[in-house]
Write a protein that binds this ligand. Structure first.
Ligand code: AMP
Ligand code: GLY
Length: 422
């Protein structure tokens, strides 16, 4: 089978590596650190299966265009992708499906609604949560203890100054507290089949969850506090009713559903749905799938998912190495050293995300430079989280470039949880 993966980050590199076990893979546009990359657009590539990584092309209807041309596609059409592209619609769908979620209200930029947004905020308790309804590259959510900051954020979003049109509609939510967990399910339009393993991302730039939010600085799976039975309960609470609700609304959802939950003292609450694999969550999940991934995604795309997904008991930890200045203004062009040495650490995979070639050209020694915010993803695998974590950090220490930053506490809490359970 020939598979065309659409996207250019570490998640797509993980797709290419795992799909490559059983299929021929091409990645478009990919990046200079992903061997099978091509500049040919997906519509001009002849493949048996198309796997669309990021939300942007899904929301733009790439899956619809490919399907209209008779191709087999893993990824929802624009209708299903609205689950991520419109948080207001997502909240309506999950509420109708009866999925426990934070109380909320939506507002647009009409003066009366703008005033009502401020009035609604006054009825809430901290933390205050204000989200752009539209896509904002993972940065559209403010969570703050300060009411004044929340009011200012409502203005910045609704005025269009903070996020353009994506912020002219907002969702204000009840602020919840508790650990977070992500789960994935493959959907074939009728069935949602769980990937029975929980993942935890580390979203803030700094150790101890400090500083601004990022696309994700690293993650770990599985989790000591969310075992397989808990995964199944969360799946039954969220995936199955949501897929049924989508079907009832005429949405034939074929792709992955990515659910983010908060485990609150009052029980789990769904925070968000995304319509693609998480990045870097995919990096610690896809390689542990024991089924033939290409066959699995093809059967989901064809509407005939029959197999259960089997995930290895191994643990994986991914540490994201980011460019100087990330997430505000990542610096590009810094020469990356040590990738080969890092790849020689046992149990380690190094995936390329925001990398570029020197002066935009392939250089003789294959030198890569920083070309984006999250530059490389260093993934360690082992029999337990502590081993996976040690391997990942050993490899991270082999890599360097001027201003390289990374968190030193990825999966640290999970290591303690496991130790504490013993
Ligand atoms: P989202 O993109 O909706 O997942 O939001 C991004 C992050 O904001 C989540 O990972 C949480 O850390 C936080 N967040 C979202 N919704 C809430 C909420 N209702 N209460 C507290 N924190 C939230
Ligand atoms: N790592 C978070 C995301 O992919 O949305």
């Amino acid at each position: 089978m020939k598979v065309c993966v659409v996207g250019q980050g570490g998640r797509e590199h993980a797709f290419a590596t795992t799909l490559g076990r059983t299929a021929e893979v091409v990645v478009t546009p990919g990046n200079p650190g992903i061997p099978a990359s091509t500049g040919t657009p997906p519509t001009e590539i002849d493949a048996d299966l198309y796997v669309i990584g990021p939300e942007g092309p899904l929301a733009d209807g790439l899956a619809d265009r490919l399907r209209a041309d008779g191709r087999l596609v893993f990824g929802p059409g624009a209708d299903g992708a609205a689950l991520e592209g419109s948080k207001a619609w997502m909240k309506e769908v999950v509420s109708a499906a009866g999925v426990p979620t934070a109380a909320y209200a939506t507002f647009n930029d009409e003066p009366e609604q703008h005033r009502a947004a401020h009035a609604y905020l006054e009825t809430l308790y901290p933390p205050y949560v204000i989200k752009t309804s539209g896509l904002a590259a993972g940065k559209g959510v403010l969570v703050t203890e300060e009411l004044a900051e929340a009011h200012a954020d409502v203005d910045a979003k609704l005025d269009g100054t903070a996020f353009g049109d994506a912020g002219r509609r907002i969702v204000i939510e009840e602020g919840l507290r508790g650990p977070e967990v992500s789960l994935f399910a493959l959907c074939d339009g009728r069935r949602a089949v769980l990937l029975p393993t929980a993942v935890r991302d580390h979203k803030r730039i700094g150790d101890g969850d400090t500083g601004p939010n990022t696309g994700g600085m690293g993650c770990v799976s599985p989790l000591a506090d969310v075992d397989r039975a808990a995964c199944k309960e969360l799946a039954a609470m969220a995936f199955e009713p949501t897929l049924a609700e989508l079907t009832q609304r005429g949405v034939d959802y074929r792709g992955v559903l990515y659910a983010g939950f908060m485990l609150t003292p009052a029980g789990p609450r769904l925070l968000e749905f995304n319509v693609r694999f998480g990045d870097p969550e995919a990096q610690v999940t896809l390689p542990r799938i024991e089924n033939d991934l290409a066959g699995l995604l093809a059967s989901a795309a064809a509407g005939e998912l029959t197999d259960e997904v089997v995930v290895s008991d191994d643990a994986m930890v991914c540490v994201v190495c980011a460019a100087a200045g990330y997430p505000v203004a990542p610096r590009t062009g810094d020469v990356i050293e040590g990738l080969q040495r890092a790849r020689e650490v046992p149990g380690v995979t190094v995936l390329c995300a925001g990398v570029a070639e020197v002066d935009g050209r392939a250089s003789p020694g294959g030198t890569l430079v920083t070309g984006g915010g999250r530059v490389v993803n260093v993934c360690g695998r082992g029999a337990d989280v502590a081993t996976a974590r040690d391997r990942a950090y050993e490899a991270v220490r082999c890599i360097s470039w001027p201003g390289m930053t990374y968190r030193t506490d990825i999966a640290a809490a999970e290591t303690l949880l496991v130790a504490g359970d013993r």
